[in-house]
Design a protein around this ligand. Sequence first.
Ligand SMILES: [Fe+2]
Length: 289
Amino acid sequence: MTERRPGTLARMASGPHSSGVGPKSVPLPAVRDRAQDELEGLRVELARLRVELAATQGELEARVRESEAKEVQLERYAADLREIFKQERARALELQRSYIVTVRALSNAVEARDAYTAKHAERVAAYGLTVARAMGVALADDPATEFGFLLHDVGKVAIPDGILHKPGPLTTEERAVMERHPVIGAEIIAEIPFLAGDAAAVIRSHHERWDGSGYPDRLAGDAIPLAARIFAVADVFDALTTSRPYRTASSFAEAREEIIAVSGRHFDPVVASAFGTIPDAVLAALASP
Ligand SMILES: [Fe+2]
């Protein structure tokens, strides 16, 4: 076996046919030292990268934890908001119920003075809302409309019994007193915010007539608030179809004829026409709930 001497590696690598002008031969220990240096350098670099990676991982984990904590916090906020919304809705419903109870109590107090008009307000409210729905107008869904219908005659609390309960026709002076009830009613509810708008409009204008011959402001046509125009038909229909001390009740058919007869003079023709589309069975069910 041939002994290889140090320093011959590069020479051997250059091959037997080397011209002798190739790379210079490098001593083997130098090659080994350089490789070891490079290896050491790589180890140091690897260690540095590991440290860097560990730091990055730590940072990422911290961010994930932070993100999870924020998510938990957001879920808590969302749960709190849902709870607040639920409580607010319950409070709003409770408030709405309070309004309805208050309005009905006031309406009953007005009607308690006149046995002959018992439940008149509830019937006209039901008729009026049915007409409003038949017309497809937005005020049908506004609670203030029903409040106005129920409280239309609240001003009658200020009318003396002698006039309010007089069985026969009123004198001119008595009629003037009676015709003050819409204005008095509007004054009574003027400071109640939830009765502003349509409710107040019905209370003040429910005796106006389409041709301007009504009271108290002698409004005509579209100048009369729509809720009041609708109510006027319902009010007269109920008055005609219930018995009073001085006359017996008309049938539904007779009452319809009377309403049609004064449509365009007493009533808004569009409202009177919408009323005409409501079947007797529906009106009968509303009359005797
Ligand atoms: Fe009235």
